[in-house]
Write a protein that binds this ligand. Structure first.
Ligand code: PSU
Ligand code: MN
Length: 293
């Protein structure tokens, strides 16, 4: 694991650092806007007064903190893989380059001593065909604070929320009582806890660590300007039915569904996706500051 000097220096001085997930760069967004959004996330963390550390696998090396040139190379690498936990060692052993999912980023950020990271949406549960993201189990055993806008909108939100409860992950709504639904700032599902500020989120994280609880603290941050929940759900149902009838599954499913949602919404889902990524990076920076201060 190679920690960039600008990151290790910040960590040694107890300055706020925010880890950034990179599957969103390699797989979540289309080129070339993936690089623009990644840069905007980096800037948002800096503007909040924290040091951004993009985590990725570069030619078999675990990297914590990328320089601008390295970020560009990752965003442009068409062969970049998606590193979760089940393939992380194999990607390192075969010297591959990969974006890290929430599961892999949580594990690596924690190993590097970074307590906060930002992403767009976490993985979750999809009942049929059955799929449960490794993100959930990783969040259950990694005491890190994660800022996201909910789960990917293509998942079963109620089932995912139930799994988070079962796994003992601390779930907070940021200035909301309802689960944000990624592209939508709200949904019908209630959250157990609401926080009003970065300081309150930081206080829950400190309590989590103080109690010796090993699961993560999830801060669900609604996008400031999103789309109506019912409309997105209708698009998702349509796209899912189409994927099923065309036999699209596994790794190809998320990119297909996201592309269909973008078409159905005439680009609106992509705009919301960009917005929430930058907003989450900023809030993660503010929480990191509250934790360091
Ligand atoms: N949300 C998106 N697009 C994505 C992801 C989330 O809108 O590409 C990525 C995140 O990196 C998340 C991962 O950790 O998908 C979950 O993948 P899986 O369901 O295969 O575990
Ligand atoms: Mn999966």
């Amino acid at each position: 694991m190679r920690i960039a000097p600008f990151v290790s220096e910040a960590l040694s001085k107890n300055q706020p650092v925010v880890a950034l997930e990179s599957t969103v760069i390699t797989h979540g967004l289309a080129r070339p806007e993936n690089l623009e959004v990644a840069r905007a996330m980096v800037v948002a963390v800096r503007e909040a007064g924290a040091v951004p550390a993009v985590i990725a696998i570069v030619r078999g090396e675990v990297r914590v903190g990328l320089e601008e040139e390295e970020l560009k190379a990752l965003a442009e690498d068409q062969a970049a893989e998606k590193a979760s936990l089940w393939n992380l060692s194999a990607l390192v052993a075969s010297r591959r380059t990969a974006g890290t999912t929430v599961a892999a980023t949580a594990f690596l950020a924690h190993r590097a001593g970074i307590p906060v990271f930002a992403t767009g949406g976490i993985g979750g549960v999809h009942p049929s065909p059955f799929d449960e993201s490794a993100d959930l189990v990783a969040l259950a055993r990694t005491p890190i604070l994660v800022v996201s806008s909910g789960m990917k909108s293509i998942l079963d939100l109620a089932a995912t929320l139930e799994r988070l409860e079962t796994l003992g992950v601390a779930v907070l709504g940021y200035r909301t009582d309802r689960l944000p639904a990624f592209h939508s700032p709200t949904s019908p599902y209630s959250l157990p806890t609401r926080v009003e500020s970065p300081e309150e989120a930081a206080a829950v994280y400190r309590a989590q660590r103080g109690l010796g609880l090993s699961p993560a603290v999830l801060v669900f941050h609604p996008v400031s300007e999103g789309l109506p929940f019912e409309r997105v759900r209708a698009w998702v149902e349509e796209a899912n039915a189409e994927a099923q009838s065309r036999g699209i599954q596994g790794k190809a499913l998320t990119p297909f569904l996201l592309r269909r949602l973008a078409e159905q919404s005439k680009g609106a889902t992509d705009r919301v996706n960009r917005r929430l990524l930058v907003e989450n990076a900023r809030l993660a920076g503010e929480i990191a500051r509250a934790l360091a201060g």
